[in-house]
Design a protein around this ligand. Structure first.
Ligand code: DX5
Ligand code: ZN
Length: 224
């Protein structure tokens, strides 16, 4: 079995009680905190920035924070997130004029880096940077909102990405974001994902521990 990580997306948390919400999902067994950053420019929604990331660290969160930047441009804000305690920083290649430079900037700031692919973004952006990636994130919905339906074509794209990662020989995580639920996480794992973002599937349920356990039980049955 792969080393599966579950990353609750704070987008569906109660923002008025964010520290307690993050504590609760981590106590319930989450592996990392998925932190969705939206700028009302690259995506049609607006969320939180480095101050809130820093607030979670100040609150005592020690788990890795997975900052998913849906912002354009990206370079200006990268050092701020590193400073604020992000562990992973991922961005969309269309949002950066200089992808290689942005990846290098993230690593120079001491964080792990990754590229995010929208449903219709081709994987060719990976061609010349496999040696510079810690994570590839495939969007299974168009970015901007939680609670959308998983786009089925993501499964084939996951299989292709898994093949590219295997061929590269690099230890790159393969994350999926959008529409991940108890009833599809197993098929998503079988297609090659090892890191699963889930927002509404976790935060819209009353018992996070039970939901995390149900997600893990499905993963335990995955045939990979
Ligand atoms: C969408 C965000 C996702 C979102 C996922 O742009 O990147 O992380 O929170 O939400 P669910 O799991 O509800 O699809
Ligand atoms: Zn996300």
């Amino acid at each position: 079995m792969r080393d599966y990580w579950i990353a609750p997306s704070i987008l569906s948390a109660d923002f008025a009680r964010l520290g307690a919400e993050v504590d609760a999902v981590l106590a319930a067994g989450a592996d990392l905190v998925h932190f969705d950053v939206m700028d009302n420019h690259y995506v049609p929604n607006l969320t939180v920035g480095p101050l809130v990331c820093q607030a979670l660290r100040n609150h005592g969160v020690t788990a890795p924070i997975d900052a998913h930047l849906m912002v354009k441009p990206v370079d200006r804000i990268i050092p701020d997130f590193a400073q604020a305690g992000a562990s992973y920083i991922t961005f969309h290649p269309e949002a950066s004029e200089h992808i290689d430079r942005s990846l290098q900037l993230i690593r120079d700031c001491g964080c792990k880096c990754g590229l995010v692919f929208n449903p219709a973004t081709p994987l060719h952006y990976l061609n010349h940077v496999m040696d510079k990636l810690d994570m590839v994130l495939l969007m299974a919905v168009n970015p901007g909102f939680g609670g959308q339906r998983f786009i089925e074509g993501t499964l084939a794209k996951l299989r292709e990405t898994r093949r590219l990662i295997a061929e590269s020989g690099y230890p790159i995580r393969l994350e999926v974001d959008g529409g991940v639920k108890i009833d599809n996480i197993r098929a998503i794992a079988e297609a090659g994902a090892d890191t699963f973002v889930a927002g509404s599937a976790i935060f819209n349920t009353p018992d996070y521990r039970a939901t995390l356990a149900a997600l893990r039980a499905e993963l335990a049955n995955a045939n990979v």
